[in-house]
Design a protein around this ligand. Structure first.
Ligand code: ARG
Length: 465
């Protein structure tokens, strides 16, 4: 079955048919295709292209086809068609007879495929948002349960200042929230109906596009037929949203890979998400996190592919655009899979506060607090910085922590050293509590953020149910 036989006398090279088919990929659109067809039958009936009796015949055929596809998971096996749209028309003719040949009136696969792509993008953003919400829930639940745990904060992966573990978790919470809002934005922009655009210039039949948009759940009708039949912005945007989500996941995975290494041992991955070595019996490897990190790289490739396919295309539709399917499906599948595993890894992660605490003793994390305290006593910050720097150098050379420093030693380097300065140097609790401003790591601030995050997760879960 071909939708365009008449023009040709010669046959296609079977190898070219195989080269050009998209059924193997766009068969995933089959339910969208049936849905759009069903709505289009109504539009054609209202436009008096189809008689009511013909419309019911075609609709019954489409419904039968939907039942078959839904019942039999292997419906596509052994089928050959140029694409899913061709397949549906062919099958429909078997079921409904001659009348099915009227269905294609006034439309093209160009507006059809653009419509189905947009329906898919809208659904995919919702699925991704749901998966994101589960991950957010896992993060905020750890933040709540470990709200007083302190660990070293790093810059350059060198010990910097103490932070609350909950504050650390909520940093990722922020990133993943933004990813969710990007997906929503993407959905809002994708929410335009292409049908009625025809192949490129609009259809001559009086199709009521506004009604068709409503029927298919689109918020608006696309204003330009050339644009909407050749536009793949929704795919590119979706892939960007997925890519950045994966980049965030990848950074988080990288953190956990480091934090689960025995030198740190801040966290321990559940056995369920770890693997062993065929050679070294002791190994417990964080493969789940490594695959998340690795696949984020693949995703960037998908985004680049889509952009590169689009960049040189003359208006309007060109067959190059068929390449959107592979990158879109694998992009969404990969991101969904990674989000789901990430949520499970997070939910089952064992936290080791005692290890985090032990590590706060190393690295002179309170050096900034000491300098700030000296500023409070009237020392210019540059001088305070210098003095504390010398104190750190002394300790590092002597192999001592601030805790192990005697008052006499400290007083030789910092004039006026007293028990309060010793307390500032050794109390991690005091250090975090000082950062008591919006966005800071003080318990008061972080508790506020945890409450807000919990509320947000509850709202999201209700909305996305
Ligand atoms: N399989 C095609 C695609 O996905 C459908 C549109 C084909 N249109 C055409 N004019 N050849 O892009």
């Amino acid at each position: 079955m071909k939708l365009w036989g008449g023009r040709f006398s010669g046959k296609r090279d079977p190898q070219f048919e195989k080269f050009s088919e998209s059924f193997s990929l766009d068969q995933r659109f089959v339910l969208y295709d049936l849905r759009v067809n069903l709505a289009y039958v109504k539009a054609l009936t209202a436009a008096r292209v189809l008689k009511p009796r013909e419309a019911s015949q075609i609709s019954a055929g489409l419904a039968a086809l939907r039942r078959r596809v839904q019942k039999d998971a292997s419906w596509a096996q052994g089928q050959t068609a140029e694409d899913v749209h061709t397949w549906v028309e062919g099958e429909l003719e078997h079921i409904s007879g001659e009348v099915a040949r009227k269905l294609r009136t006034g439309r093209s696969r160009n507006d059809l495929v653009a419509t189905e792509m947009r329906l898919y993008v809208k659904d995919a953003t919702l699925h991704l948002e749901r998966a994101l919400a589960d991950l957010l829930a896992a993060l905020v639940s750890h933040a709540r349960r470990h709200s007083t745990v302190i660990l070293p904060g790093y810059t350059h992966l060198q010990p910097a200042q103490p932070i609350l573990f909950a504050h650390y978790l909520l940093a990722y919470f922020e990133m993943f929230c933004r990813d969710g809002s990007r997906l929503r934005d993407c959905r809002v922009r994708a929410d335009e109906l292409p049908m009625g655009a025809g192949a490129l210039a609009g259809t001559t039949f009086p199709v009521n596009r506004e009604r068709l948009a409503k029927e298919l759940g689109f918020a608006r009708v696309a204003r330009n037929s050339l644009d909407v039949t050749s536009d793949r912005d929704p795919v590119a945007e979706l892939l960007f949203a997925c890519s950045l989500t994966m980049v965030h996941l990848s950074r988080w995975a990288e953190d956990l890979i480091i934090y689960s290494s025995p030198g740190f041992a801040y966290v321990e991955l559940a056995d369920a998400y770890s693997t062993g070595s065929s050679l070294m019996p002791q190994k417990k490897n964080p493969d789940s996190l490594e695959l998340i990190r690795g696949r984020s790289g693949t995703l960037l490739g998908n985004l680049m592919s889509m952009l590169a396919v689009m960049k040189g295309l003359p208006l309007s539709y060109d067959r190059d655009l068929q390449e959107d399917k592979a990158v879109m499906f694998t992009g969404v599948d990969t991101t969904l899979g990674a989000l789901e595993i990430a949520a499970r890894v997070a939910a089952t992660l064992r936290i080791r506060p005692e290890r985090m605490k032990a590590m706060t003793q190393l690295g002179f994390l309170t050096a900034t607090d000491l300098a700030d305290e000296l500023v409070g006593r009237g020392v210019p910050f540059a001088d305070a910085h210098e003095q504390v720097g010398r104190l750190v150098r002394y300790c590092a050379t002597a192999g001592k922590t601030f805790q192990e420093l005697s008052a006499g030693e400290a007083a030789q380097i910092i004039p006026g050293w007293d028990p309060d300065l010793h307390d500032v140097a050794t109390s991690m609790e005091r250090s975090v509590a000082r950062r008591n401003l919006t966005g800071g790591t003080a318990p008061k601030q972080v508790t506020r953020q945890i409450e807000r995050a919990e509320q947000l997760v509850a709202e999201l879960q209700k909305k996305l149910k």
